[in-house]
Structure formats: structure tokens, C-alpha cells
Design a protein around this ligand. Structure first.
Ligand SMILES: [Zn+2]
Ligand SMILES: [Zn+2]
Length: 86
């Protein structure tokens, strides 16, 4: 296991998606971060994701299918950064 006891300056974690505080009741943990449940969604198609059952690239969540396999799977590995220029 990775070390989990990093010091937190704020009690409330910030959602990496919207940068607002995440309250316990609406929190989902994925990719080692805490998200608002509705904020954990595919960067590309905006489909809501379930914690722990989605793909990740560059710290951002993606659905396994079709987005991650299309962009980063064997077929789409060469076009990694296309979508970042939105
Ligand atoms: Zn959020
Ligand atoms: Zn998607």
C-alpha cells in the first residue's frame, strides 16, 4: 500500500473536477482523489462513472468503453492528446 497519511491542510477534500469542497455524503473516491458523485464522469463523453470501475488517463477519468479503448487502447494509442485541445 502507498502511504495514505499525508497531512491535509483542509479537512474537506476538493473535487478535482469542479474544485469545490466535497462533503462526506456526496463523496466518491477514485484515482486516489475524492469527487462529487456527479463530477466523476468521463472526460470525453460525460457519462457518469462508478468509482473503481472506470479507466484513467493523465489523472482524468474516462469510461472504459468506448472512450478509453478508442483513445488509448491498442487502436487509438497514437492520438493521446487530441482531445486536450478542446
Ligand atoms: Zn465536483
Ligand atoms: Zn466516455
Amino acid at each position: 500500500h502507498l502511504q495514505e497519511h499525508t497531512h491535509k491542510r483542509n479537512k474537506m477534500p476538493k473535487c478535482p473536477s469542479c474544485d469545490k469542497e466535497v462533503y462526506f455524503a456526496e463523496r466518491v473516491s477514485s484515482l486516489g482523489k475524492d469527487w462529487h458523485r456527479p463530477c466523476l464522469k468521463c472526460e470525453k463523453c460525460r457519462k457518469t462513472l462508478s468509482a473503481g470501475s472506470h479507466a484513467e488517463h493523465d489523472g482524468k477519468p474516462y469510461c472504459n468503453n468506448p472512450c478509453y479503448s478508442a483513445m488509448f487502447g491498442p487502436k487509438g494509442a497514437a492520438s493521446t492528446h487530441l482531445f486536450l485541445e478542446l
